[in-house]
Design a protein around this ligand. Structure first.
Ligand SMILES: [Zn+2]
Length: 131
C-alpha cells in the first residue's frame, strides 16, 4: 500500500465522486468500521452516510411550483446491504443501483434508504426490510 501522502486530496474527491452509489457506500462502510466518531465509557458515536431529502409539497400543480412550496428537510441514513440475505454478487447486479429503497430501523427508528430491500441499519446494526 502506498503512503497516503502520495495521494492528493483532489484525487480522492474525484475518485469518490466517480464511484457508483453501491461502491461508494461499500467503501464508506469499510472506513466507518475503522473510524470511530467518538467513544467514551458513557457514550459512543458512529459515522454513517446520510441523505438530506425534501419533496415538493405541491408537486401535482407543476405550473405553480416555487421555492416556498418545498416541504421540510428530512435525514435518512443509507443502510448497508444485508449480505447474509443474498447470494454472493447478487446485490452488485441490482437494477438502478440508486438509494431508492426506503424504510425505517425497527430498533432505533432511523429512516433508512438503500439500493437493496434487505438492509442493515448503519447506526445500531439491526436488520431492516426496505420497500
Ligand atoms: Zn437502527
Amino acid at each position: 500500500m502506498e503512503p497516503v501522502t502520495s495521494v492528493q486530496p483532489e484525487q480522492v474527491v474525484d475518485f469518490l465522486v466517480d464511484l457508483p452509489h453501491p461502491e461508494f457506500l461499500e467503501l464508506l462502510q469499510r472506513v466507518f468500521a475503522k473510524k470511530v466518531a467518538y467513544e467514551e465509557s458513557w457514550n459512543e458515536g458512529r459515522f454513517f452516510l446520510g441523505i438530506g431529502e425534501r419533496v415538493l409539497a405541491a408537486w401535482e400543480n407543476d405550473e405553480e411550483i416555487d421555492e416556498a412550496k418545498w416541504g421540510p428537510w428530512r435525514v435518512r441514513a443509507v443502510a448497508y446491504v444485508d449480505r447474509t440475505q443474498y447470494d454472493e454478487g447478487y446485490p452488485e447486479q441490482w437494477g438502478d443501483r440508486l438509494f431508492t429503497q426506503h424504510g425505517s430501523c425497527p430498533t432505533c427508528g432511523m429512516g433508512l434508504s438503500s439500493y437493496m430491500k434487505r438492509a442493515i441499519c448503519p447506526i445500531c446494526g439491526t436488520q431492516a426490510g426496505l420497500t
